[in-house]
Design a protein around this ligand. Sequence first.
Ligand code: BGC
Length: 741
Amino acid sequence: MVFYYLINMKKSFLMLAAVLIGGAAYAQQTNPLLQHETEITEIIKSMTLEEKVNMLHGKTMFSSAGVERLGIADMKYADGPFGIREELEDHSWTPLGWDVDRATFFPTGSALAATWCPGIAYEYGKGMAIEAKLRGKDMILGPAMNIQRLPTGGRTYEYLSEDPLLSGILATGYTKGSQDQNEAVCLKHFAVNSQENMRGFINANISERALREIYLTPFEMAVKEGNAWGVMAAYNKIWGQWCSENFNLQENILRNEWGFRGMIISDWGGTHSTVGAVMGGLEVEMPSSTYLGDSLIAAVNRGDVPMNVIDQRVRNILRVRLTVNPVPANVANQKVASQPETQAIAYKVASKSIVLLKNEGLLPLSNKVKTIAVIGDNATRTMALGGVGAGVKTLYEVTPLEGLQKALKGKAKIRYARGYEPAPQARWGQKLPENAMEEYEKRMEKLKKEALKVAKGADVVLFIGGNNREVETEGSDRTTIKLPFDQEDLLEDVAEINPNIVVVMVAGAPVDLREVEPIAKSLVYSWFNGTEGGNALADVLTGKIAPSGKLPFTFPRKLEDSPAYALGVYPQKEQGGGDVFVNLVNRDRFAVRKADADYSEGIFVGYRWYTTKNVKPMYAFGYGLSYVPFKYSNLAAKVEGENIEVTFDLANQGNMEAEEVSQVYIGRPDSKVERPKYELKGFKRTAVKAGETTKITISIPKDRLRHWNEFQHAWNVEGGKAVIYVGGSSDNLPLQTEVTL
Ligand code: BGC
């Protein structure tokens, strides 16, 4: 018997070995990163230690060195996931003041995610890559794709979604779109950088299961399915260890398990040691050489770091370097980065991202509307720049007011009043002048009066408010989701004078809508929607196109309903202060600071929490109306090989063409482990003509039903019943059926 097992074990081992070797050979053939291995070996042989180490740290603020002697070009990084950042001085954050670096401002992450469309994400990546190439850059520092765990998270506008599948599919699309143009991406921030407060030193205490199922899955998808060439290590720690030197994350999981063959760079100022970082898997310390410069040479000479580790670091960089064709200096920056082709992509994303939350008939604006009062600071505010972090010096940005003026020219009269203005903010280390707030109140009174005057007698009021890029910013989380600058007071007063109010919220993250929702007859969520944002918004409001965006995150009724707040694990106690990025600018290294973030809600992030705990949100994940009613019918599902094939009919019962994002959620009622009621497992955006019905098929790999088994430290796909729910949002799933796995 034992003998039988041994023979069989040997057989399986040989089979496994054959598969692995075959698989490796196959990967080598198809993975562009592995096309130059022999050449790379030769290059490395001919390099000195100094030349090698010279590649492992920043050369300038946004580049790392190649080897001039060997004709190997520097790596040039393009900051920002939503537009190519302007050119800066080599060793400071001071802009060079060029003109050719005026780029397209692409809608930010949450807007892209609201399209729920991998094809659009692909075009987005392509557009970014086209501009990056024009600027002579090799690697885009994006997509930014951490899970939107907190409604207040400072970078929610930049990140994609609270859901790992939606985030992963979009990040994969972005990655392919960019890399098909021969431009590397850099997935960031790896991993669990889901809060900005104390991001420079916070330690995430997180269950293995939540880490795998929620926080790592998007990265895994973009690596395995998108073959991303670059990854940026996050600032924070996980389980007590800095991400940038986390062997388990970078070597075990990213490289060995997922097969990542590219390079890992640190976040700016996010390297913390020499031996730890280089042994832990980091290739490049950005933007300086504090740890991976001279001290690394010394560490190698001391024998603390073996040469083969250095060689592997260099190899990983060279794989990317030899895959991405450098743009010659005399070709780069010859014409303005923003081009009609890329602007058209920005328009497309924006036009499909806008979410209609409520409509009591005011939208689309009727032809009978002849006078429109536009009120609100965001009607004229540009969003390409602001706050801390990468922004875009854009060639142009159409504001909502400009978009409306163009679309309604000769059709309706627009009267504009600002209505409110942002409160004065003290800059770093400075104090506000004593009477600043008093003066502000006075100005606000005046602005309100003007708004009330404009509202009076108008056929419709378009209130365009929300957040701005100072309110939502890298480097700090919001303390509240309440609308800033007394917008609710203003709205209430306007409503008394003219109740025909359409509210357009321009924001990248959720806000508290409890007071706004009852006032707004129609309510629209627009985003930090890029260069063409105003045109897209006007086209939706006037009915040229139907709104088709769906929320990529849950809108809580109140902040305390959201999981981390409900459990009291956020905000955490600060020990020390200061943001890592701000410290970097101020050339102040890290003080020793400590804080822990307990991810106590585990896998119950976003809608997984609300649906399972029966907490009613203001607007559910996946929600978004259209100008037409959609009807779902005829659901069927069957297991076919490795997939679950789900089919159903979608009818457009309205009088205009419209697009709908259909969503498939799956529940595992008999699961042996704790699970959410159901989870998003597939989705599809489809255009349906007026009055027509179309058959939709969504193919879901069975593997998406996996869960992380914390005892085996491995993925399991359980057999048994799978309940399939289909509909237009996570809280409106009219169709239901079952399959057995
Ligand atoms: C951000 C990164 C960014 C880098 C360079 C950091 O503060 O976290 O996302 O790419 O700065 O600007």
